[in-house]
Design a protein around this ligand. Structure first.
Ligand SMILES: [Fe+2]
Length: 282
């Protein structure tokens, strides 16, 4: 499962192999033009500034199919915070949500807002938005032929996968800190942060009283990852930032190792202390 728009390939000439992100290493083979990062040519529209596209009926049908399919599988698998987040944001299967409505609901919950972006972003733009408590989202949906998998960003992954967790206060604070730290990171700290992002924001698990639950957007927005993630085929390790930042992962296949949080407070505190040690945050 490909991530959307984080730490995408940038010029890697002359950089040490250890400093390259998984995307940078894969960039040579990745020729899908939708996966080439774009520069913002000005501040993107945020919240009420975002207009609702005139989606064809087929796009709403694709949303309906994906939303229903994931929601059927998620009770007992997705974390409580995610399930509540879907409600708080007011997402329903009948039509593609408007980014400005999602932004308004999210802002009331945790002070995060949503920016509409044209596609994969360069790191600096992406992190700057996160650092300002603004989540960048696309507003176009994958085609019918890509229901199960798309290598490119799309609104189903951005809205359904990512936004519900931003209603969780400690997660919301952590993600802003992540943006701030990522803006400062240099050299090998950049892929380290990328790994931390991968194993939490995209592929994180959390332990609840009832058992292990999913909160990572890369899992929650993918049919195959949802059934795979909690299976015995996947090794689970306890959350430890020092371990995660040195753990390699595979962008192109189902994950065989995941990390488990005890709580979102643990994520925020663990991240704070790791970044402090690295001099990335005060
Ligand atoms: Fe993502």
């Amino acid at each position: 499962m490909m991530d959307n728009k984080t730490m995408e390939p940038v010029a890697s000439n002359g950089r040490d192999e250890a400093e390259l992100s998984a995307y940078e290493k894969a960039a040579a083979e990745d020729l899908d033009p939708r996966c080439i990062p774009q520069n913002l040519d000005g501040p993107p529209p945020v919240g009420d500034e975002i207009h609702y596209p005139d989606y064809p009926a087929e796009d709403h049908e694709i949303w309906h199919t994906l939303f229903e399919r994931q929601m059927q599988m998620l009770p007992g698998r997705a974390g409580e915070a995610f399930m509540q987040g879907v409600e708080i944001l007011g997402m329903t299967p009948d039509r593609i949500p408007a980014l400005r409505d999602l932004s308004r609901n999210l802002e009331a919950a945790t002070g995060w807002r949503i920016a509409r972006i044209p596609g994969l972003l360069h790191e600096k733009d992406f992190f700057t938005l996160l650092a300002n408590r603004t989540f960048p989202s696309t507003d176009y949906i994958r085609g019918k032929e890509e229901l199960d998998y798309t290598p490119a960003p799309d609104l189903f992954h951005d809205m359904f996968g990512h936004m519900p967790m931003l209603t969780e206060p400690a997660f919301a604070d952590f993600y802003q800190l992540f943006g701030q730290a990522a803006l400062k990171a240099q050299g090998a700290d950049r892929p380290r942060l990328e790994r931390l992002h991968w194993f939490t924001v995209e592929f994180g698990l959390v332990r609840q009283e009832e058992g292990l639950r999913i909160f990572g957007a890369g899992i929650l927005s993918s049919k195959n990852e949802v059934t795979h993630a909690l299976s015995k085929e996947v090794e689970k390790k306890p959350f430890d930032p020092a371990v995660i930042v040195e753990t390699e992962y595979d962008v192109w296949h189902l994950q065989d190792l995941l990390f488990v949080l005890d709580s979102f407070e643990q994520l925020e505190e663990g991240f704070r202390s790791w970044t402090k040690q690295r001099g990335l945050l005060q």
